[in-house]
Design a protein. Structure first.
Lengths: 378, 378
């Protein structure tokens, strides 16, 4: 099997058996209980929090159940304005559904939302963003790395520009595809909120993080016992948190090596695939090394996906969550014509992929594109 | 170690090593992806859903991240009325914080909430409830089993009475302490929504369920890719779901044996503890076999908790999530005077506890109560 859909999810960290053995022996207590084994669990959870925060030098963080919940929490409760009932929001037209659909809901509630379009360059332009800011703009949300194209937004500069235009406007960045892939220093930026998801970096599904500043307004979205700093209720997913911490630690211990390796994989993969007939690269110059978004004109993405699958090579046509209701919102946003959008595939790496696998992918893709073209009725 | 705080959380199922081996080999794919290994994961997830639904004969169910999220989803979006902006809600004064705090938030939003008080009998009376129903009552929420006293509410009768009084009123029951402990047939009741949490029945933390009827209105609370039947977004916590399914299956295979065992444990424990000086039983006659709520007058609950802890016996003074901000809301609701409330402990069993452990608990408790009384300055 050659797994190249790491932007959808990643294989969980190896050697979890000791972690689970420890967990089922002494790590499963309720961290809110008052006896000492429970206090140890709470302490271990706080130590996990420190490790995970350190990745982006974040002031504070709460654990959530996923990147989607983190984004919803900010969009619905990560701002608090007074004086009137409806406010203005800005986001981009190519956000992940967890951000896009949440803003659509704010519109339903009567708020005003501006969707900034990245256009052909592939990322959000500072001027395009700043000119939309109004005195009543409560929150701006611009993703760090686009989940389909891999485009990197310079959220440090964008957040500074936003605050300069309106110091009362808050800035959120969905960091699910950026966390551990693209360096970011939260304290050195003006970003108020940033989200991450464990299963995108070899953790388990069901564990997310929401990073924030102490002085950025935030109210709980899930009400109850107040477990996570009174900002997220529900018993913490401790096992997921410990695996998250392990995944982050493993990565950090080989950070540079992983970066170098991913960069090599991408370079080789792009240069080989671009030699194939009809190749059209969508990922812009400034994009994360773990994502390649490419189309082969005349070969529908789904057809290519299944042709590759016959060779046990797994890729995607776009984000997994929208795989069953395909739209071209993201590719429309970056000016890709529909005859190309329908041919798009996304190849996404983890550090476990090898150069040999890339060779195999490129070879099979070339044959598949050729074979399909031969039988095509076009 | 004698663990008697199973209402806070339970030790996860044994023999998970094969489950995790399978998961990390072939179960970790994103269930929304289009290739066949991902479709297998989706299929396994659907089979888990069927097993878990079967426990209460539920029409349908979505996976959530916890009981708290399930409750919030219903209270904020499990009803939909038109014609005016503010509606009326009814709940009980002794609900878990995930329900109580959510209703407090509905009050903040301008809705009208009535809190029905169980009083000394310990459970919600049908007449007391029905007389509060108004034409604009959108939702009634009455928990199945109280998390501190163990009291069982007859939600089948209550839901029928509510629908008789107002067919448009929806009925939710927080089933976190009832699920697998107290028999319930959802299709045979008029309950619209019911919630459960995996870690209370030997699953992992971070996995919850929300059961519902197809014709009961429900809107998503966490917006995004629409993974769970368009009612809950975010990549599903597949490993948590598989462990949830295993925990349920293990229980179902020994259902009667477990019931009998828990009933024996409780009977023995209550009769022995009630012989101790100053004992005051709070759990009413009709209460779940896995919870005993009792006080020893003159010995503060926290003191007794730590005295027992010195003997490696772990109990609680109340629900874990409110352990660090102790209030007497629940005991006030059932008419317990404050000099007793502050002495309350909760002992909660799982099928792994033994009669010998109960002997040990009772012996140590008796000595602790005696010792404390001797040195007490009262």
């Amino acid at each position: 099997m050659i797994y190249l859909d790491n932007a959808a999810t990643t294989k969980p960290v190896k050697d979890i058996s000791r972690l689970y053995a420890d967990y089922s022996e002494s790590g499963w207590f309720n961290p809110s209980a008052l006896y000492s084994p429970a206090l140890s669990v709470e302490k271990e959870m706080e130590s996990s929090r420190s490790v995970i925060k350190s990745v982006i030098n974040a002031p504070d963080m709460i654990f959530t159940s996923c990147g989607t919940e983190s984004a919803n929490t900010v969009i619905f409760n990560g701002w608090r304005r007074k004086g009137k009932e409806k406010f203005h929001f800005i986001t981009s037209s190519y956000e992940h559904p967890c951000v896009y659909e949440a803003f659509r809901h704010l519109e339903e509630l009567g708020h005003d939302v501006t969707y900034v379009v990245p256009g052909k360059k592939g990322y959000i332009d500072e001027e395009d963003l700043v000119k939309e800011i109004r005195p009543d703009t409560a929150l701006v949300a611009i993703m760090h790395v686009n989940n389909e194209t891999g485009a990197i937004n310079d959220i440090t500069s964008l957040s500074r520009a936003v605050k300069k235009a309106n110091p009362d406007t808050l800035f959120f960045s969905d960091g699910v595809q950026g966390f551990l892939h693209v360096p970011f220093d939260m304290k050195n930026s003006m970003v108020d909120y940033y989200s991450a998801s464990a299963h995108k970096i070899h953790g388990l599904k069901g564990t997310g993080a929401l990073f924030f500043r102490h002085d950025s307004p935030l109210r709980e979205y899930i009400y109850g016992g107040g477990q996570e700093r009174n900002l997220r209720s529900g018993t913490e997913n401790t096992f997921g948190i410990f695996v998250f911490q392990k995944a982050v630690s493993d990565h950090l211990s080989r950070n540079e090596e992983i970066s170098r390796h991913l960069s090599e994989l991408k370079e080789k993969c792009v240069s080989s695939l671009m030699k194939i007939k009809g190749a059209y690269l969508i990922s812009p110059e400034r994009s994360s090394d773990h994502i390649i978004n490419i189309a082969f004109e005349g070969v529908r993405g789904e057809v290519l996906l299944h042709l590759l699958e016959q060779n046990s090579i797994y890729i995607s046509t776009g984000s997994a969550c929208s795989s069953k209701k395909r739209t071209y919102r993201i590719h429309d946003s970056v000016g890709v014509p529909h005859n190309i959008s329908e041919c798009v595939i996304r190849i996404s790496f983890s550090d476990e992929n090898t150069l040999d696998e890339i060779d195999e992918l490129c070879k099979v893709t070339e044959l598949a594109v050729e074979r399909f073209s031969r039988y095509s009725r076009r």
